[in-house]
Design a protein around this ligand. Structure first.
Ligand SMILES: NC(=O)C1=CN([C@@H]2O[C@H](COP(=O)(O)OP(=O)(O)OC[C@H]3O[C@@H](n4cnc5c(N)ncnc54)[C@H](O)[C@@H]3O)[C@@H](O)[C@H]2O)C=CC1
Ligand SMILES: O=C([O-])CC(=O)C(=O)O
Length: 330
């Protein structure tokens, strides 16, 4: 095992997602069995006692890869030297809310955390935002961390990506491993666009394999886009284990690289690709390598896809304007 542990900061560590995420990271799901990990866990003061209980459970697992745990309520301390920060801590929505309704409740969390990352994280920091509304929270953190390259921030649309793969695999009765080149465009919200026109099933075009535009438009897209609400309806609280799993998938692929002949969906800062205004944090198809990502270029976007992407991007622009109005970004 290498001597230097990777320092992973997780916020909202005593929450639902944290309860699944921490154990996966500590057991080596992110960095493998040969890399020790130090967990640095941030919570609000009233949740520190509960977090102490979670740490007792982490201790009780005797994970060979867990090289230590630090907990606290000060982001300046917890983010110190962090190589990876997973920003999960934020209020989840409840029945009847859209994720955008959380902007004013959660947005402010990400100004202070952006500043603390800017001042204390390690030079190689990568930041993944899971807390909702994830894209705009990532925009807030990025805007408050001027010394960290913008490419180091991403928001989680991997759960949507995984949901889209799973729905398509079930429809075509194939294993999920046969599905590649899935894309989620836009916002992690009900306007997101899961795109089957560039996805492949056993190397063949997925939309053609489905051959059913009605299913694609009226079943597939809304099922994926509204899956979070369906889980809240069924479980009484928002998705947690699947969100933790997607958070791991996203960070692992970002750091280790996406598979050959495939890509992943990540919400990253736009460079204007596909007509998405520069500076918005929008989901794109990306390839990754060694902690860097590149937007897949050259995909043909037909009128149907154009309309869907534009609608989701318009919502992102509205969210950006709203947080500007709230003074969370300049
Ligand atoms: N992007 C995605 O795909 C998904 C995002 N989410 C979002 O993830 C977030 C967390 O979800 P859960 O774990 O279920 O919520 P939860 O309520 O169980 O846990 C959130 C934790 O964050 C903590 N927290 C609040 N403010 C904080 C701060 N300033 N610093 C550090 N910690 C803070 C709370 O004390 C709480 O323990 C929610 O915003 C939820 O909507 C959930 C599922 C999927
Ligand atoms: O829907 C929610 O509020 C939680 C979430 O982001 C998801 O499950 O995708």
């Amino acid at each position: 095992m290498s001597a230097q542990p990777v320092k992973v900061a997780v916020t909202g560590a005593a929450g639902q997602i944290g309860y699944s995420l921490l154990f996966r990271i500590a057991s080596g799901a992110l960095f493998g069995p040969d890399t020790p990990v130090q967990l640095r866990l941030l919570e609000i003061t009233p949740a520190l006692k509960a977090l102490e209980g979670v740490v007792m459970e982490l201790d009780d697992c005797a994970f060979p890869t867990l090289a230590g745990v630090e907990i606290g309520d000060d982001p300046n301390v917890i983010f110190d030297g962090a190589n990876l920060a997973l920003l999960v801590g934020a209020r989840p929505r409840t029945k009847g809310m859209e994720r955008g309704d959380l902007l004013s409740a959660n947005g402010a969390i990400f100004t202070g955390q952006g500043k603390a990352l800017n001042d204390h994280a390690a030079d190689d920091i990568r930041i993944g935002v899971t807390g909702n509304p994830a894209n705009t929270n990532a925009l807030i953190a990025m805007s408050n961390a001027p010394d960290i390259p913008k490419e180091r921030f991403s928001a989680l649309t991997r759960l949507d990506h995984n949901r889209a793969i799973s729905q398509l695999a079930a429809k075509l009765q194939v294993p999920v491993t046969e599905i590649t080149k899935m894309t989620i465009w836009g916002n992690h919200s009900a306007t997101q666009y899961p795109d089957l026109f560039h996805a492949e099933v056993s190397g063949k075009n997925a939309a053609e394999a489905v051959g059913d535009q009605d299913w694609l438009e009226n079943t597939f897209i809304p099922t994926v886009a509204k899956r979070g609400a369906a889980i809240i309806e069924a479980r009484g609280s928002s998705s947690a284990a699947s969100a933790a799993s997607a958070t791991i998938d996203a960070a692992r692929d970002w750091l280790n690289g996406s598979a050959k002949d495939d890509w992943v969906s990540m919400a990253v800062v736009s460079d204007g690709s596909y007509g998405v205004p520069e500076g918005l944090i929008s989901s794109f198809p990306v390839t990754t390598k060694n902690g860097d990502w590149e937007i897949v270029q050259g995909l043909d976007i037909d009128d149907f896809s154009r309309g869907k992407i534009d609608a989701s991007v318009a919502e992102l622009a509205e969210e950006r304007d709203a947080v500007k109005e709230l003074g969370l970004i300049s």
